[in-house]
Ligand binder design. Structure first.
Ligand code: NI
Length: 166
């Protein structure tokens, strides 16, 4: 196991179209999932996409309640037109938070770490995390989804404002 270095915004791997994974059960993929899990826990994140650890592959990990799931070759589809604004941050853009519009319900499917088809429906925060991580596989940052950049700030400052409003 190893904690991997996280690519930050500006690194070209984060702008690339990631490639599908042929075999999630291959030893190097099993190792990558383990290392990404360790990296995600160490960083205290709720999602991590393979391009963020310099691997341009269609794979991300996300926290589904208490479960850490790996999803290979994911496909997402919004369930209905409804979108909502919510705060997001990104391990590749440390310190910043922004309000991002996302679909509130999505259907997701892909392959799990045993190479088996898996699918589900996600709402709220889980739907948001899935859309954020899936975007990383297409070279898209949450900043590119923002419609109002005045709703972007440093987490420290935003926390201070919230503290004062209390
Ligand atoms: Ni991110």
């Amino acid at each position: 196991m190893a904690i991997l270095k996280i690519a930050r915004m500006g690194h070209p791997v984060l702008l690339a179209q990631a490639a599908p994974v042929a075999d999630p059960t291959a030893p190097d993929m099993r190792r990558l999932v383990r290392d990404m899990a360790e990296t995600l826990v160490d960083a205290g994140g709720i999602g991590l996409a393979a391009p963020q650890v310099h691997e341009s592959l269609r794979l991300f990990l996300w926290r589904d309640g208490d479960t850490l799931r790996a999803l290979f070759n994911p496909e997402l589809a919004p369930l209905g037109p409804e979108r909502a604004l919510g705060w997001e941050g990104c391990l590749s853009i440390p310190g910043l938070r922004g309000q991002v519009p996302r679909f509130t319900r999505v259907a997701w499917r892909g392959l799990d770490q045993n190479g088996e088809p898996t699918e589900g429906v996600a709402e709220g925060l889980a739907a948001r995390v899935l859309q954020h991580e899936n975007d990383h596989l297409d070279g898209i940052f949450y900043l590119m989804r923002m419609e109002d950049l005045s709703m972007l700030g440093f987490a420290e400052e935003l926390a201070r404002v919230q503290e004062q409003a209390r």
